[in-house]
Design a protein around this ligand. Sequence first.
Ligand SMILES: Cc1cc2nc3c(=O)[nH]c(=O)nc-3n(C[C@H](O)[C@H](O)[C@H](O)COP(=O)(O)OP(=O)(O)OC[C@H]3O[C@@H](n4cnc5c(N)ncnc54)[C@H](O)[C@@H]3O)c2cc1C
Ligand code: SF4
Length: 489
Amino acid sequence: MSILFIPFDHLHRDYGVLKNAKKSEDVVVLVESASMIAGADWHPERLFFLISSARHFAAELKAEGFEVRYIKAKNTVAGIKEAQKEFAGQSVISAEPSSFRMTQSLADHGVQFVDNDFFLTPRELFASWASSQKSYLMENFYRKQRVRLNVLMEGDAPIGGAWNYDKDNRLPPPKNYTWPGYLEHDRDEIDAGVAAELKMAPTKTWATTRAGALAQMKYFITHHFEKFGPYEDAMALDSWALHHSLLSPYINNGLLHPSEVIDAACKSFYKGAVPIESAEAFVRQIIGWREYINGMYWYLGEDYRNHNQLGADRDLLPAFIDSANTSMNCVSSIVSDIKERSWVHHIPRLMVLSNLALITGTNPQEFLDWMRREFIDAADWVMVPNIIGMGVHADGGQMMSKPYAAGGAYISRMSNYCKGCIYDPKLRVGDKACPFTTLYWDFLDRHRETFVKNHRMAQQVHGLKRLSDLEQLKDRAQQVLLGLEKGEI
Ligand SMILES: Cc1cc2nc3c(=O)[nH]c(=O)nc-3n(C[C@H](O)[C@H](O)[C@H](O)COP(=O)(O)OP(=O)(O)OC[C@H]3O[C@@H](n4cnc5c(N)ncnc54)[C@H](O)[C@@H]3O)c2cc1C
Ligand code: SF4
């Protein structure tokens, strides 16, 4: 007999420590940690989703015939100790946790680990790829994954003849378009209990069961997958999710395994239901980006989260905290979407929120903590590289060779936010100047010496020479930064 410990992001019957579980012998333990719940001002949807999913999972295992203990304790180790008191002398086994911190605290307590198979790429395999690279280009990793996992391949060649269809997948939001609806998930007694304890009223956006997660996957494949690719980078005022899958919370907490999502996507492609540009774009996200980010988290090490190579020390801006604190239409609309559902897709995360943090010089760790608290799918392994490396370039280019800094022109091209905004994306000086446009140039100017040495940035830095109004722009940038600090821009 063993005590099988299930962290809240290992909720799958067929993976991790449950794969070889013996119903008649083992006891399954889940711990609801009070210090985790009280440890930060988490978005209520996020807490609700994580706790209710775990409670449903425990109930399902019980119904299947497992001996289950769902323990509420002051922290994870205290909960495990409680189980050890009841089942004295039994060893505790867990699949390797997905964060440095949890790994350390379980290892310190003597928990034995089995492989973490909630990802498609073993950590050692990723490390051997990364250590053989001059720069960690996701595209190179992704092509290897396509071959290794045999996804959308025809012999040695990619199906369709190209490895990626990025050029077909950068459309702005369509005009006069009816977006298909999104699946709603009904709430049950367990949900109601969790919501009452948390004193919140959940939306119907997020499922908290395996059945709900599978329904979400099916819904995406049937209603949204076909157009996923072309509009994956667009942002639209009339649609909060466009054609995105809304699957990240379930893949991250284990209700779905990435291989199940890939199988469903490929099946749909082979049936002829979706074009290659959507199939490839989606597969790239799962076997490419997701695996790459997890691989980088472990490869770059525990201290990576503390990087601040651009010396960014501004406090978190009020605009992030409440949509009423800004008149920037893009930011206000995105922050209000986050408040409602704890989610926005990758382009608002990268090109609006992270971009704003980057070009205002917001402290990377403050921004990281905010993103961790707010997003339904946040976890250490995924937020740290996405923010520190990709979002705010705090690692000095270790992960991405150039920062994702952009002015209002990018947001204007890829969204319909700017039409209703009091600012003008084309202007960089004056009261009506778009804060993104002003701060983009100011950012390049502030870091000109660093970026002029970067061949992928040099052209943008040289662009500063063409600005006849640079001094005026720098004054306006100071006004904008002050206004943002006061919540008046
Ligand atoms: C600054 C920033 C922060 C992010 N933070 C998170 C986070 O905390 N948790 C999280 O799961 N994703 C994060 N992402 C990735 C991405 O934004 C979300 O996975 C995606 O928006 C989730 O919605 P979806 O399931 O509809 O995704 P889709 O657009 O439908 O994509 C399909 C899947 O691809 C995977 N994926 C795509 N890109 C990434 C990526 N960069 N990292 C990891 N997985 C990826 C996700 O599993 C996602 O479900 C972040 C991206 C950026 C740029
Ligand atoms: S003008 Fe600037 S601030 Fe306004 S919506 Fe466009 S990008 Fe955002």
